[in-house]
Design a protein around this ligand. Structure first.
Ligand SMILES: Nc1ncnc2c1ncn2[C@@H]1O[C@H](COP(=O)(O)OP(=O)(O)OP(=O)(O)O)[C@@H](O)[C@H]1O
Length: 362
């Protein structure tokens, strides 16, 4: 099967990026430049165009200050043909098109990219919500059914919480039915995925040179069998707190390193290794599911000072059909090298002479 490739990325009014279309070859594209040049923004734009996903707290932060709408377009070579995916975002709204036809965001090919970032360490140190989000975002990309269940479950929790807050407790039974049906299925899907993910993450952690075993465990607030009973049992507490206190929306993905919880005991370096092991597990699972490795986006390679993790990233980038890697220095072995400055990305030779880095002779 032909590999999945991002052949071109276009952006307009996207954060600090100058309106442009960049072409990418197969292999590794290295993008380097000073802090604040727009390297992360470029990968974020590529990830949004490819998957429809963004972690931005509000869509309008993606729009260049002073403008009303931003636009990203990915030309994707997949399954032997080219498709054009376009996303437009503005305050609280988004439109997505594939080959000119409007689609819902979930209909984009979600297995097409994995984004590795320095802030992934927060998966270890951050709260349960971050890990739940990691797990559910991945599961939603692996299974449209999970994505659908999750949306409906979250809506049910919100409605139930509103009823609990308003004191309209007579209707809770109807919400409970929905919650138990959807929540139980989510728990089962999560259990299956975590079981495979923990094998892969442990392997990757060892491949990264860690001597300690990385364990992943789903910590559930209830089970499919006892969900209904637990809702009834804790009704008094729920009414006084105005919130649904059991269910998959309160579960955690606990990480242990050796004998200890990683969140409390892992060093910065160990946390970075765990985060990389998790992201690589994400890539492995997407590759297993879609039979094709996703496009790999690696942000700020040069922040990685540890030789073993650097080597791991180098090999990982070389192992997939296409990777785009950013850093403050050139990435070894790139098929394409672009220099970033003030939202512009050009091959070194194409920079106007007065903007080129002067070599200093002593
Ligand atoms: N909506 C926006 N409009 C205009 N500029 C923005 C917007 N959002 C972010 N920026 C600016 O984009 C610039 C580039 O940010 P980016 O995170 O991409 O830099 P970077 O090259 O990855 O830097 P670093 O190496 O420090 O990670 C920042 O200076 C930021 O202020």
């Amino acid at each position: 099967m032909a590999p999945v490739l991002l052949t071109a990325l276009s952006t307009l009014n996207y954060r600090n990026l100058e309106a442009a279309t960049l072409s990418f070859p197969a292999g590794v594209s290295g993008i380097w430049g000073a802090n604040g040049a727009g390297k992360t923004n470029l990968l974020e734009a590529a990830y949004l165009a490819l998957t429809g996903l963004t972690d931005a707290p509000r869509l309008e932060v993606l729009v260049r200050a002073g403008e009303r709408e931003a636009y990203v377009r990915a030309d994707l070579f997949q399954g032997g043909s080219l498709s054009v995916m376009e996303t437009g975002v503005g305050r609280g709204r988004r439109t997505t098109k594939v080959d000119g036809v409007r689609v819902r965001g979930q209909e984009l090919p979600r297995g097409s990219a994995v984004w590795i970032r320095p802030e992934d360490s927060e998966l270890v140190y951050g709260g349960p919500a971050l890990r739940r989000h990691f797990l559910d975002a991945l599961l939603s990309r692996l299974s449209p059914r999970h994505a659908q269940m999750l949306t409906r479950y979250e809506r049910s929790v919100a409605q139930r919480n509103a009823a609990l807050k308003s004191g309209e407790n007579w209707g809770l039974g109807v919400f409970d039915e929905n919650l138990v049906t959807l929540g139980s299925e989510i728990m089962l899907l999560r259990r299956r995925a975590v079981s495979r993910m923990s094998e892969l993450a442990a392997e990757n952690n060892a491949a990264l040179g860690s001597q300690k075993f990385l364990g992943l465990e789903l910590v559930e607030t209830t089970t499919p069998e006892s969900f209904r009973h637990d809702l009834t049992r804790r009704r008094g507490e729920e009414i006084s707190r105005g919130a649904t206190v059991v269910g998959p929306h309160r579960d955690d993905l606990k990480l242990t390193l050796g004998d200890f919880p990683a969140a409390d005991y892992a060093s910065r370096g160990e946390a970075r290794t765990i985060a990389l092991a998790l992201r690589k597990a994400e890539l492995d699972l997407l590759r297993e599911r879609y039979a094709e490795p996703p496009i790999l986006l690696i942000d700020d390679f040069s922040a990685e000072l540890d030789p073993q993790r650097r080597q791991f990233l180098l090999e990982l980038a070389a192992s997939v059909p296409q990777a785009i890697v950013t850093g403050t220095e050139a990435f070894p072995g790139s098929a394409l090298e672009l220099r970033a400055s003030a939202g512009r990305f050009l091959p070194e030779l194409e920079w106007p002479e007065h903007l080129q880095v002067q070599s200093v002779t002593t």
